[in-house]
Structure formats: structure tokens, C-alpha cells
Design a protein around this ligand. Structure first.
Ligand SMILES: Cc1ncc(COP(=O)(O)O)c(C=O)c1O
Length: 434
């Protein structure tokens, strides 16, 4: 164990179990969190809280052991912590990449989806429902449901269906039904609302696999615990490879599941700076009259309010109406954020940073051309942050590569063609100008 790792071996060992040091939480993070749900959903929430405590926290019937085994064999864990040679040279600091893009399905989302679908099985549920934005959570849930032989319905906004067609096809290939949501702007917020409506009517036999650390308790802590495997591995790998914990940990933040998964094991390491990178969209200015925030920076620019069962930081107008958010990446395009992250930002433990569409797109091209890794557009925001803020970082930086960019290639062609992006290839052969 290195000098910078102050925990005992026993503590590091127990860190391998979800929920290991957090105990039974009531779902309150300071002023944030809670269970703001209709009466009809309370029995399901109570049943889920009980199952979370028994199976996930106490490993009843060997749930955690089976989860870990399936994550390894079906998911391909552990994922590597890889030194990024070119970026390390460019920023004159050691840059390490946590390669969640190499997890089965191409993103961190499988950690949570597999955990929840397995939990639904242990609870005796017979049907899975889920919402999806970028389609990565829907894809992961469809995969987990097929793997565990559960029927599955995925709600997805119409606009996101058009932006993420390959992922829609993947869900269908895995045998899931995809239901388009046409209300509002047809993105993640509406898809979550529609899934909650379905759940209220089907709670007896159905489990709702929520896709991030959002929603009523116990979802935020449960999803964090399933995703905490990222930081459990990354912390151990960093100590093994570099002799100590990193100086900085960086992850993009939509709802915040890859963020909290990457931060969880480092929160108690006071020397480690935690950077949550949100989508700054086209601008941080909001159009109150039109009800539009052309960004998704709820940690950076949001105010306290209630959405989807929890009190948290939200993009809202002065009357408390939720604003339409925007991001070049559909997975970050959400007006809220997990309550635990909102709390950690208020406490000064997590540093929220907004990176705009242009800088994210440049990050997408930079990682692709210099390191041979095409990131998801969500992930690309973390690399936009590195470019802009590397001077304030310490000597050992871990960046979570939350997902790979295959799903985003159409969007990347379209968005790159609209702009003059530093380091992008000549686009004429892709856009008809050859
Ligand atoms: C690759 C990737 N990264 C990040 C996110 C954002 O979600 P979260 O903030 O919950 O990690 C998504 C959402 O779909 C995603 O697909």
C-alpha cells in the first residue's frame, strides 16, 4: 500500500461490495433527495428499498456475488486503467483513462442495468421497463433483460429515437419493445415521466430500471452502488500503477451515474479533486420567455426544485417551470442531476464545470485522432475540460471514458460539418462535396 493510501487493507477489501461504507441511508443528501412520488407508487418504493437493503447491502442469497460474477463474465470487467501517452505529453501531466467504453455494450450503463435487472429477478418481478436518452441505458437494459430472460419495454423520446437510431435497433435486436414518447420535446425528461406512469399502473409485477442516480430514494444510492465498481477498480489500479491515488478525477455528468460511480471511492480521499463536467450546450445564457436553457448544466446553473421524485438542482425558470435543456449529446440532455452530486457540489467537494458543444466536439476529434479511441459525445465533454483546464490539474489525472462513440457517428458527421472544428478530418467526402 502506498503512502498516499491511508486506508487499511481490510477497508480496501470491503470496498469491493456495493454499499459497503454508506450503511442504511434515508435518501437525504442535505436538502436534496427524498421520495416525492404519488401514493400509488409508495408500496413499490418501499418494496424496492427493502430489497436494496437485503440483497445489495447485506448480500442476502449471495446477490452481490452473482452480480459480480455476471459483471465479469457477461460484462467483461474489470475494465483497464490505461495511460494516455499523447495526452500526457500534450498536457505535461500523467493522464490515465478508465476504459468503461470497453464494457459490454460500449458504456458504463451495463453496471447499473445488470444490477437492477438481477435485483428484479431476486424480487420475483416478471417484467422490466426503462427509459433512455442516448439509448445507451436502453441498450444496456435490453441486453441485461435478454441475458436474464426477462421481457422488457423501453420508453424513448421521439427526438432521441431519431438521433440514436443504431441504439434503437440494438434494443430491438435484443428482443425489447421500444415505445416512442411524443410529448414535450421528446427527450429524456418526457421518457422518464412516461416510464413512471407505466410503473404506477404495473407495480405488482414490474420493476423500473432507472438509468442514472436520479429519482426517488432508493434509486440514487442504489444506482451509485452498482456504478461504484468503476472507482473501486480505478482506485486500486491507480495505486498499483502509479503508487498512489490520483490528484484529479474527471467524469462527464448528465444525471450523474458515471460521475458518482467514478467519484464514490475517492470522496473520502481529501487530496483528490473531483471534477464533474456538464454540457454547456451552445451558451449558458437562458431564454426565460421561451422556457429554453440551451445547455444541460444543472449543477453549474441550476436552482433547487423537485423533479422525478427527488429534490435536486434543476434548470427552471423564475416560476419554477422546468426548462427545455440542450446538448449536442443526448445522454447529457437533461434538466436535472442526481441529488448526491448536487449536495457534494454545495459542500465544495465536487467542482462543477460546463463545457460547450464546440469544445466537446473538439475533444471527440482529439481523443479519436491522438489516442485511437472514439469516445461517446457525452464522454467527449470530459476531454473538452482537459484541454481548457489542464493547467489547474495536478500530476496524475484519471478521466472516465464513460462510453464509446459508435452510436454518435451520424451526429458527429452532422455537427462537425456545421462548424470549423480543430483537428477534424476533411468532411467533404461525407457530406456530398467530393
Ligand atoms: C456514454 C455516456 N456517458 C454519460 C452519460 C450520462 O449519464 P450519466 O450522467 O448518468 O452517467 C450517458 C447517458 O446516456 C452515456 O451514454
Amino acid at each position: 500500500m502506498s503512502e498516499t493510501d491511508t486506508r487499511t487493507t481490510e477497508e480496501t477489501e470491503t470496498a469491493r461490495r456495493p454499499g459497503r461504507r454508506r450503511g442504511r441511508e434515508d435518501g437525504k443528501f442535505g436538502r436534496y433527495g427524498g421520495q416525492y412520488v404519488p401514493e400509488a407508487l409508495m408500496p413499490a418504493i418501499e418494496e424496492l428499498t427493502d430489497a436494496y437493503e437485503r440483497y445489495v447491502l447485506d448480500n442476502e442469497d449471495g446477490f452481490v456475488d452473482e452480480f459480480r460474477e455476471r459483471l465479469a463474465e457477461f460484462g467483461g470487467r474489470p475494465t483497464p486503467l490505461q495511460r494516455a501517452d499523447r495526452l500526457s505529453e500534450r498536457y505535461e501531466t500523467e493522464v490515465y483513462l478508465k476504459r468503461e467504453d470497453l464494457l459490454h455494450g460500449g458504456a458504463h450503463k451495463l453496471n447499473n442495468a445488470l444490477g437492477q435487472v438481477l435485483l428484479a429477478k431476486y424480487m420475483g418481478k416478471e417484467r422490466i421497463i426503462a427509459e433512455t436518452g442516448a439509448g445507451q441505458h436502453g441498450t444496456a437494459t435490453a441486453m441485461a433483460a435478454a441475458h436474464l430472460d426477462m421481457p422488457c419495454t423501453i420508453y424513448m423520446g421521439e427526438r432521441d429515437i431519431n438521433r440514436q437510431r443504431p441504439n434503437v435497433f440494438r434494443m430491438k435486436l435484443n428482443g425489447s419493445e421500444v415505445k416512442p414518447v411524443t410529448t414535450g420535446r421528446g427527450t429524456l425528461k418526457e421518457a422518464i415521466s412516461e416510464t413512471m406512469r407505466d410503473w404506477a399502473e404495473t407495480v405488482e409485477d414490474t420493476h423500473y430500471v432507472i438509468g442514472s442516480i436520479v429519482g426517488p430514494h432508493p434509486f440514487p444510492v442504489m444506482v451509485r452502488d452498482f456504478q461504484a465498481v468503476i472507482s473501486e477498480e480505478a482506485r486500486e489500479q491507480a495505486i498499483e500503477k502509479t503508487g498512489g491515488v490520483p490528484t484529479d478525477v474527471v467524469a462527464c455528468a448528465g444525471g450523474g451515474s458515471n460521475t458518482m460511480g467514478t467519484f464514490a471511492e475517492f470522496v473520502d480521499d481529501e487530496s483528490v479533486a473531483l471534477h464533474a463536467v456538464e454540457a454547456g450546450g451552445s451558451t449558458l445564457e437562458v431564454d426565460e420567455e421561451a422556457g429554453v436553457a440551451p445547455n444541460s448544466a444543472s449543477l453549474f446553473a441550476g436552482d433547487e426544485g423537485v423533479l422525478h421524485g427527488a429534490r435536486t438542482k434543476l434548470l427552471q425558470d423564475s416560476d419554477g417551470q422546468i426548462m427545455e435543456s440542450h446538448s449536442v449529446s443526448s445522454g447529457l440532455d437533461y434538466a436535472g442531476v442526481g441529488p448526491e452530486l448536487a449536495y457534494l457540489v454545495d459542500e465544495g467537494r465536487v467542482d462543477p464545470v460546463a463545457v460547450d458543444d464546440d469544445a466537446a466536439l473538439e475533444g471527440f476529434h482529439r481523443l479519436s485522432s491522438t489516442e485511437g479511441i472514439i469516445p461517446a459525445l457525452e464522454t467527449a465533454h470530459a476531454f473538452g475540460f482537459l484541454e481548457k483546464h489542464h493547467e489547474k490539474l495536478g500530476e496524475r489525472v484519471v478521466v472516465n471514458v464513460s462510453g464509446r462513440g459508435d452510436k454518435d457517428l451520424d451526429a458527429a458527421i452532422e455537427e462537425t460539418d456545421k462548424r470549423d472544428v480543430d483537428g477534424a478530418p476533411d468532411m467533404s467526402m461525407f457530406t456530398g462535396g467530393m
